[in-house]
Design a protein around this ligand. Structure first.
Ligand SMILES: C[S@@+](CC[C@H](N)C(=O)[O-])C[C@H]1O[C@@H](n2cnc3c(N)ncnc32)[C@H](O)[C@@H]1O
Length: 277
């Protein structure tokens, strides 16, 4: 098995320019409209509550559209991603579009030292983040270490069943092909990314990981986090089943035929045990 971090970093480096130029990420709209928020943060807003004045770290922040949106809700935000190109785009977006966001290039596993041991009120992550994390127990330990006592993890993520799906089938059946539980990873080749583009990705090789819900809940509990909210959604902000998904607005997609068959995504909130003072 090739080194997943090095392989996946190279893969993500090859996606950044395509995402930064895409209509889907819409960087120009962030620059022209100071009130514009990403669809992801608009979806999360009600469950997030008022985050004005809170210290937030956004893990796997990519090119910073959700990160900037959190800052526009009044939070003091730090974004972290292991892709230097993604962080370069994110920094330049926050400088040209405002407000200011701090950014750090690091892996999630190195986040605690890269952030100098700082602790936050909120760890925000998701939307295609956990599938790049090899060990959910290490991830959970990092989340706990980044939170002050009483601080909160907020994650909206693809349901692990979605990562286990086979490619769309012509007979409309939804079929499971890949692991639901955590394994040593699945090596794959992706020549396209999830925005419209013509050129093939320069570094197609990637290594995906899944983590079952029980594994996620157990990992959080083991490091002293209590789940306070868990909700499953029949929509997701991309098309895991291609043309079998219908655009329902707000950047969300739902299975066209009998969407009640599958949870597409979930929102989980967990609080670090211990008194805030
Ligand atoms: C699908 S994106 C996250 C999506 C983000 N919500 C968005 O669309 O703006 C996944 C991000 O995870 C980052 N990433 C993957 N593995 C990582 C790791 N081990 N440590 C830090 N960042 C990682 C990639 O560079 C990429 O920016």
């Amino acid at each position: 098995m090739p080194d997943p971090i090095a392989t996946n970093r190279q893969h993500w480096e090859s996606r950044v320019a395509l995402h930064a130029a895409s209509a889907e990420y819409g960087l120009d709209t962030f620059r022209s409209d100071p009130n514009h928020l990403s669809g992801v943060v608009r979806f999360d807003r009600e469950r997030l509550g008022d985050i004005a004045g809170r210290d937030v770290v956004h893990l796997q922040c990519h090119i910073g559209t959700d990160t900037l949106s959190l800052a526009r809700l009044g939070a003091r935000v730090t974004g972290l991603d292991f892709s230097p190109s993604a962080i370069e785009v994110a920094r330049s977006l926050s400088e040209t579009a405002q407000p200011h966001v701090d950014y750090v290039v690091a892996t999630v596993d190195d986040a605690v030292s890269a952030l100098g041991g700082r602790q936050f009120d909120l760890v925000y992550t998701g939307i295609g983040a956990l599938c790049w994390i090899p060990k959910i127990t290490s991830w959970a330990a990092t989340v706990a270490a980044l939170l002050r006592p009483g601080g909160e993890l907020f994650i909206r993520e693809a349901h692990p069943v979605v990562w286990a799906l086979d490619d769309p089938r012509s007979d409309g059946l939804v079929a499971l092909e890949y692991p639901y539980f955590e394994t040593d990873g699945v090596v794959a080749e992706a020549t396209v990314t999830y925005v419209d583009h013509e050129d093939a990705l320069e570094s197609p090789r990637l290594i995906h990981f899944n983590h079952g819900l029980g594994e996620i809940f157990a990992a959080l509990t083991a490091v002293g986090l209590s789940v306070i909210d868990y909700v499953e959604h029949d929509t997701i902000p991309w098309r895991p089943l291609g043309d079998a998904m219908v655009d329902v607005g707000g950047g969300e997609f739902r299975l066209m035929d009998r969407p009640e068959r599958i949870p597409m995504s979930y929102t989980l909130r967990a609080v670090r045990n211990g008194s805030a003072h």
